[in-house]
Design a protein around this ligand. Structure first.
Ligand code: DMJ
Length: 738
């Protein structure tokens, strides 16, 4: 796969920055229609070649590496009049040059290859470092987001320098490359500037929550976007605090990381979900969807030694990939597609590798196998691998980003390799966010900048205790450890259940904010429905406000009734065990664990004639939470024809209690405005109506009166009752008439 991807780039695209795998040619900035910010990665510096160099060594392609380095030295220019992203150029190009230098040096030391090498890649890296430095020329010390490789930022010819904001990750993902450059080249300036930017960010953390926003003003340090998650806009800021500690051996970075990590685990981590919150009001979720970049986080949690939430979130992500083939760029907390693009991102493979390394559980090899198979089945094209424009349609995009070669193949190759087959000891290195390899021995190099005495000199034997978490000692190398945690999340999205295995266990309650789902659909009108209990002793008096679905039978056109039965398992996320019992009934199913559409399909197939979903959040009610419309799973839903309604948990509890107490509970599902027997007492109104107080209505004669009223009101209900089994009615009537 690697040979196909790299070979195609070299054959069809080099020296362009990227391969266009559908057109079989290179992407040259300015010659193709602009794609906006994404193009800021393209600096006319053969981006993909540089980003791939150290992958060649790891994959034992030493001849090709030597050749590729020679090409880099001969062909690549860094003084182009191009405006590039400081962040992307740092992680992909500076990181790529440094990783390649470290590898070149290693091969030369061993006398195997590269005997001619005289630190040329390091000199290039230093040149590039100086070209990025003008970005740091702000009063705050936070870098500009873009720089002109030839003219810097403030030069009249630079065509940049008017920006006021940058993302937290953009300002906070410099330290590994810049510190490595300083320590390898002996010029302290890079580490000093990167560290200063981190100091500013740290100062700007929200002091109550210890959370960070995602966009910050580079001149005055004010937060521009205050949403706080672990994905897009902030991801590698956290990653670099942890890894700066590992690479540089400075406790200060670990202390900062730990402070943020506690905040993340307190507010953002809602296992297995990671949901963005408001940094100043962190109990409020700001959106109901997650982005695919956060898939790196379980890997970081492994480095932190926090295995359980890593396993949980990774398992959730795996379920999403089972459902949609790849991680969509964004997906909802119900695992629906929010944004269907998949640009061959490596984060899920990265976390899979770290989890395998930490647990030794072969399950993660299976996960890796599924990644490989899907890439080959759905993205491999004659000239490389193509991104997916929308996971729902599978349509390709003419794009193969350089990180596919820099990261994806490293993590997959490492996942399936025996340690002894690798060309070097991988544990001697730390991965940058672009998976470039930097040696942890840099922690022993004298820090070349002023660090206020926070770096302590340690005895040699302490080195690895402090500079790199040891997977040998941190994690129980016990495969069943991961399994017991994973089992709770196995059928989260309802995909992939083996019909012979035991029922799915209950999921941990998701603290999903329904408000977020409502606010996603601000312009859509939600037609309130009701579940009206019409069998004795309820007789239409108990009316529960319900939310509609965008799919299934349209209840505004046709009301629907039947007696209710609970699904087993209650979430209906796995094989339905009481299919015989629920045939011809309206089925109650608990929300969560998998998508509404998956539950509906499974229950319809089992013979249900309708589904009432019940919220799993304790205490939720229609009085307090706005109604929302359930939506499908991004796939066509025409096959679902049964009616579907949603009840919050308080209303749901009334229904389940009714089912426990009475041999038969019949309900009608219909629009609120067409409620039967209007004027009778409803759940939300216990005030006297039609001159009857609730106590009166609850008297037996009141019941009969209500019943007759209900029947008189609706000949359809009468007809329906007459067609039903009479045993329950007969029993009730005889009680009543005694
Ligand atoms: C990579 O370029 C880096 O990992 C970055 O930090 C964010 N993710 C992309 C690939 O998805």
């Amino acid at each position: 796969m690697f040979d196909h991807a790299y070979g195609s780039y070299m054959k069809y695209a080099y020296p362009a920055d990227e391969l266009m795998p559908l057109s079989c040619r290179g992407r040259v900035r300015g010659l193709e229609p602009s794609r906006g910010d994404i193009d800021d990665s393209l600096g006319k510096f053969s981006l993909t070649l540089i980003d791939t160099l150290d992958t060649l060594v790891l994959l034992n392609r030493l001849e090709e590496f030597e050749e590729a380095v020679k090409k880099t030295l001969k062909d690549v220019r860094l003084d182009n009049d191009v405006v590039v992203s400081v962040f992307e150029t740092n992680i992909r190009v500076l990181g790529g040059l440094l990783g390649a230098h470290v590898m070149a040096d290693l091969l030369k030391q061993r006398g195997e290859k590269m005997h001619w090498y005289r630190d040329e890649l390091l000199h290039m890296a230093k040149d590039l470092g100086y070209r990025l430095l003008p970005a740091f020329n702000t009063t705050s010390g936070l870098p500009y987001p873009r720089v002109n490789l030839r003219y810097g930022v403030l030069n009249p010819l630079s065509r940049t320098g008017t920006e006021t904001d940058t993302c937290t990750a953009c300002a906070g993902t410099m330290i590994l490359e810049f510190a490595a450059l300083s320590r390898l080249s002996g010029d302290s300036v890079f580490e000093t500037y990167a560290r200063k930017a981190l100091d500013v960010l740290w100062e700007k953390r929200q002091r109550d929550s210890d959370l960070m926003g995602t966009v910050i003003n580079i001149h005055n340090g004010a937060w521009v976007r205050r949403d706080s998650g672990v994905g897009a806009g902030i991801d590698s800021y956290y990653e670099y605090l942890m890894k700066a500690y590992i690479l540089l051996g400075d406790n200060m970075y670990l202390e900062r990381f730990n402070t943020h990590y506690s905040a993340i685990m307190k507010y953002i981590s809602q296992p297995p979900l990671l949901l963005s919150v408001h940094m100043h009001n962190p109990t409020v979720n700001v959106r109901g969807w997650m982005d695919s970049l956060l898939a790196f986080f379980p890997g970081l949690q492994v480095l932190r030694g926090d295995l359980k939430p890593a396993i949980e979130t990774h398992e959730m992500l795996y379920q999403v990939t089972k459902q949609h083939k790849f991680l969509p760029e964004a997906f909802t907390s119900e695992f629906r597609v929010h944004w269907g693009q998949h640009p061959l991102r490596p984060e899920f493979a990265e976390s899979t590798y770290f989890l395998y390394k930490a647990t030794g559980d072969p399950y993660y090899l299976k996960v890796g196998q599924s990644i490989v198979e899907k890439l080959n089945a759905h993205t491999r094209v004659p000239c490389g691998f193509a991104a997916v424009q929308d996971v729902r349609t599978g349509i390709h995009e003419d794009r193969m980003d350089s990180f596919f070669l820099a990261e994806m193949f490293k993590y997959l190759y490492l996942l399936f390799s025996e340690k002894s087959h690798l060309p070097f000891d991988i544990d001697d290195y730390i991965f940058t966010t672009e998976a470039h390899l930097l040696p942890v021995s840099l922690s022993m190099a004298e820090p070349s900048c002023e660090v206020n005495g926070t770096v302590r000199t340690r005895p040699l034997e302490d080195l690895f205790t402090y500079s790199c978490p040891s997977t040998q000692t941190l994690f129980p190398n016990n495969p069943t450890y991961a399994k017991t945690i994973r089992d709770n999340y196995k059928y989260l999205t309802g995909v992939g259940r083996d019909s012979h295995s035991s029922p799915a266990r209950y999921l941990r309650v998701f603290r999903v904010k329904l408000v977020a789902e409502v606010s996603q659909l601000p312009e859509e009108e939600v037609v309130p429905l009701i579940v009206q209990l019409i069998s004795p002793p309820f007789l239409g008096r108990t009316v529960l406000t319900a939310g509609p679905a965008k799919f299934g039978m349209d209840l505004t056109k046709q009301e629907h009734g039947g007696s209710i039965v609970k699904s087993v398992p209650y979430t209906a996320c796995a094989h339905i065990e009481n299919a015989l019992e629920l045939q011809g009934h309206i089925v109650l199913a608990l929300r969560g664990g998998c998508m509404f559409a998956a539950k509906a399909r499974r229950l319809q197939e089992a013979g249900a004639i309708g589904v009432i979903f019940i919220d799993q959040r304790e205490g939720s009610s229609s009085a307090e939470t706005p109604l929302f419309q359930m939506v499908g799973d991004g796939e066509p839903t025409q096959d679902i024809t049964v009616p579907l309604v949603f009840l919050f948990s308080r209303e749901g509890a009334i229904l389940t209690a009714a089912l426990q107490e009475h041999c038969n509970v019949d309900v009608l599902l219909l629009p609120k405005e067409r409620q039967l027997g209007r004027g009778m007492v409803s759940l939300s109104s216990s005030k006297p109506l039609l001159g009857l107080h609730i106590d009166d209505v609850y008297s037996e004669w009141g019941k009969l009166e209500s019943y007759l009223l209900l029947l008189g009101n609706s000949p359809r209900v009468l007809a329906w009752w007459l067609a039903r089994e009479k045993s329950c009615i007969a029993q009730w009537l005889s009680n009543l008439l005694q």
